[in-house]
Design a protein around this ligand. Structure first.
Ligand SMILES: Nc1nc2c(ncn2[C@@H]2O[C@H](COP(=O)(O)OP(=O)(O)OP(=O)(O)O)[C@@H](O)[C@H]2O)c(=O)[nH]1
Ligand SMILES: [Mg+2]
Length: 218
């Protein structure tokens, strides 16, 4: 009896079973899918066994785009149709996304990582920790350098803030260095990375952050 009680109370050792779940949120068009497209070859090169779940409002547009991209086995991309405000299915009731992740894990034993792309949403969008272990929020310079100052919960609470489309900074009158400094300040020094998902600048650093945070690889 005592042995049984001890076994039940034992602290598990080693990596927890199942894939690490990482959320990617941010406003419409900030480059979430482009970031995933850029991350895919980097994760593959690092030998990480991963899959993707996309969320769209009433279509499967982003999943179809990734499946057609030729970058990833189409079976490793699942689509969730939110059917409502995108944050509903990543925060209030993430059941559909949890089920999509569970299904991928069942189909791909050994899966290490699942990326969940939220549908494009507003600055208040956050992920439930019932769904993800760690999440990033993406904004882009074309949205304006005042976005960090507006202190939306998404960019304040995320584990990593990504400022994308840095190539557009000179075209939209944004001084990138001060936007990055402001973002870092409002986040109290929590990580901020700058990317250009189209030319793949900064993508290795995003992959490093994911690896260190949830795959415990450095
Ligand atoms: N110049 C530039 N364009 C980019 C960059 N990243 C994405 N884009 C473009 O921005 C547009 C939107 O990119 P998506 O990846 O579809 O954005 P998204 O956040 O997934 O959009 P939703 O899923 O609809 O919310 C596309 O035309 C991309 O080619 C970047 O770093 N620089
Ligand atoms: Mg998208």
């Amino acid at each position: 009896m005592l042995d049984k009680l001890r076994a039940r109370d034992a602290v598990p050792t080693g990596p927890s079973p199942g894939a690490a779940r990482v959320g990617i949120g941010g406003p419409v068009g900030c480059g979430k899918t482009a970031l995933i497209e850029a991350l895919i070859p980097v994760l593959q090169r690092r030998g990480i066994d991963f899959a993707v779940v996309t969320n769209d409002l009433v279509t499967r547009e982003d999943a179809e785009r990734l499946r057609r991209s030729g970058l990833i086995d189409p079976a490793r991309v699942s689509a969730v149709e939110a059917g409502a405000c995108p944050h509903t299915v990543i925060r209030e009731d993430p059941t559909l996304n949890i089920a999509a992740g569970d299904d991928l894990e069942a189909r791909f034993p050994g899966l290490e990582l699942i990326l969940f792309e939220s549908g494009g949403d507003n600055l208040a969008s956050t992920f439930s920790l019932d769904l993800v272990d760690w999440w990033m929020f993406v904004i882009d310079v074309a949205g304006g350098d005042d976005i960090p100052r507006k202190k939306g919960p998404g960019l304040l609470r995320c584990d990593l803030l990504v400022i994308n489309k840095i190539d557009l900074a000179p075209h939209v009158g944004v001084e990138l260095a001060s936007m990055l400094a402001e973002a870092s300040r409002v986040r109290g020094g929590q990580p901020v990375l700058a990317t250009n998902a189209r030319s793949r600048v900064g993508i290795e650093a995003v992959a490093d952050a994911i690896s260190a945070a949830v795959l415990f690889r450095v």
